[in-house]
Design a protein around this ligand. Structure first.
Ligand SMILES: Cc1cc2nc3c(=O)[nH]c(=O)nc-3n(C[C@H](O)[C@H](O)[C@H](O)COP(=O)(O)OP(=O)(O)OC[C@H]3O[C@@H](n4cnc5c(N)ncnc54)[C@H](O)[C@@H]3O)c2cc1C
Length: 473
């Protein structure tokens, strides 16, 4: 069962005449515990039709070869799991950064024209299901697809599959802080943290004749995984080596092992020298694991760490989603940073800055500060920065940049390029938080004005900063 609050009809009422149900998979790239897939399967069963899952590869904004490799390895596993259940899976490449024409053409079948390759023979879709993406372009794609499908008379239903409390049930307005969102959703977390399982039977998709076979798929996988592919920006840095194994199975193993450390989460989570946090953000970013399943497991396990973990996984993460959905200019300084903070930072603009480091120095981890350099090195080499150092990292970029606007742009672009979990609502909210978003005014300081300040002293109080600097020197 998929909670009705997750489902939005973007166009159409009843199903059209068609040979199958189409699920355009984009955000929720998994075969297990995926409410969008569960809903598509339920509809396929109701209509007595097979299900076809389509994934469109495209030149995604700011994605690098490291991101593609992580995503594609996960998709390969997902494709296998779907096919083993008699669900069709097709991987296609869109010519530019827009999946909409290709999805519409597929849904339109013969009428849609274009987008299909020789050997693909399928008819119009009776119904199209998509998952939900929370960034501006992801929302826009779905609305544009709805317009195209309305012309073809094919319904499009969107399922919010990567939140615990569905975003539209949580709040339709821009939330001020974690406290304001928490009040609205904390009572609903148990209700929505449910498994999403389809136990019925549907027709086998083999009759659709769309599977393109391993060879064709492999060549697409290879094209995107190569750093020199002109479709994207290459490797972010030579030899960036994420330590995480990609894919849903690896995500579940990693999370299971974290659950054994859950009791220590509250105490250990702010020490970057310990494995105190879950490390799940890249898996969540690529939809390789369900946040509802994670929340449910943590709540079932209980104990002292569960509440602290659910606060991050549900309240903080969904606050970031709220920012991106309700403030579509989440990556523009004048919109992402609240008015009080911009005013205060502007008043402090003339303050003498003890150090100015340009983007090149920052990117090369060549500042005067060994702790900051260590965080940047960790980011460049592994695609990960520990949350505590990430806050310090962002705050120091403000302190050392010529202006807050420049700092904002630098932090966003470094985070998006190097972080395996970057290009995510959490990244936009995390950077905006460094500039006062979701926070309150503090007493005034040089350069920072009234926004929260962080210094080396804080690192010293929290953990062995020298050990961290040695490890990532
Ligand atoms: C400057 C800056 C940039 C950031 N950029 C990103 C980013 O690009 N992608 C990203 O996923 N997170 C980002 N964060 C938030 C946070 O640092 C990461 O989510 C966290 O470090 C991921 O590690 P984990 O999975 O071990 O977290 P855990 O502590 O195990 O938490 C579990 C999950 O809760 C969510 N979560 C945890 N902390 C936060 C937070 N502060 N805000 C929102 N959600 C949170 C994440 O989904 C995380 O995977 C950023 C924070 C800052 C200050």
């Amino acid at each position: 069962m998929v909670e009705p609050e997750r489902i939005a009809t973007l166009t159409g009422a009843g199903p059209a005449r068609g040979s199958h149900v189409l699920y355009w998979m984009q955000h929720s790239q998994r075969a297990i515990d995926n409410p969008a897939l569960t809903f598509a399967l339920t509809e396929a069963q109701r209509l007595d039709l097979p299900l076809l899952v389509l994934f469109v590869l495209l030149d995604y904004p700011a994605a690098t070869a490291v991101h593609y490799r992580f995503m594609l390895a996960g998709l390969r596993e997902t494709a296998g799991a779907l096919r083993a259940r008699g669900i069709g899976f097709a991987l296609k490449r869109a010519p530019a950064g827009d999946p909409v024409p290709l999805v519409a053409a597929w849904a339109g079948g013969k009428q849609g024209g274009g987008g299909r390759e020789n050997g693909d023979r399928h008819d119009q879709s009776a119904l199209v299901v998509c998952d939900r993406g929370y960034l501006r372009h992801e929302e826009a794609w779905r609305l544009a697809l709805a317009e195209r499908l309305a012309v073809l008379g094919i319904p499009l239903l969107r399922v919010d599959a990567d939140t615990v409390v569905p975003a539209d049930a949580a709040s339709l307005k821009l939330e001020w802080s974690a406290a304001t969102l928490r009040r609205k959703i904390e009572g609903a977390i148990h209700h929505y943290a449910q498994p999403s399982v389809f136990r019925g039977k549907i027709r086998d998709a083999a009759s659709l004749g769309v599977d393109q076979g391993a060879n064709k798929e492999d060549s697409l996988f290879e094209a995107y995984a190569k750093p020199e592919d002109p479709a994207h920006r290459g490797d972010p840095s030579p030899g960036q080596q994420p330590s995480l194994r990609p894919g849903s199975a690896a995500a579940r193993v990693a999370f299971k092992s974290f659950l054994d450390r859950l009791d220590r989460y509250e105490g250990d989570r702010n020490d970057p020298n310990l494995e105190g946090t879950s490390g799940m953000s890249p898996y969540l970013h690529f939809g390789q694991i369900s946040c509802a399943a994670m929340a449910r497991s943590a709540l079932e396990r209980g104990g002292p760490g569960a509440a602290a973990f659910v606060e991050q996984l549900v309240v903080r993460r969904e606050l970031a989603i709220n920012l991106c959905l309700r403030e579509p200019n989440y990556d523009v300084y004048d919109h992402a940073v609240p008015e009080w903070a911009r005013r205060s930072l502007a008043q402090a603009a003339g303050d003498r800055r003890p150090w100015i480091h340009g983007r090149e120095t920052l990117e090369a981890a060549a500042t005067h500060d060994p702790y900051w350099n260590a965080a940047q090195n960790q980011l460049i080499r592994t695609g990960i920065i520990h949350n505590y150092m990430r806050m310090y990292w962002g705050k120091k970029i403000i302190e050392w940049s010529a202006s807050p606007e420049e700092a904002f742009a630098t932090a966003l672009s470094l985070n998006d390029r190097y972080a395996l979990d970057g290009r995510d609502p959490n990244g936009y909210a995390g950077v905006a938080w460094c500039f006062g978003r979701h926070d309150r005014p503090w007493s005034r300081r040089t350069v920072f004005g009234c926004i929260r300040y962080m210094n080396e002293g804080g690192l010293k109080r929290k953990f062995d900063r020298e050990a961290y600097a040695r490890r990532w020197s």
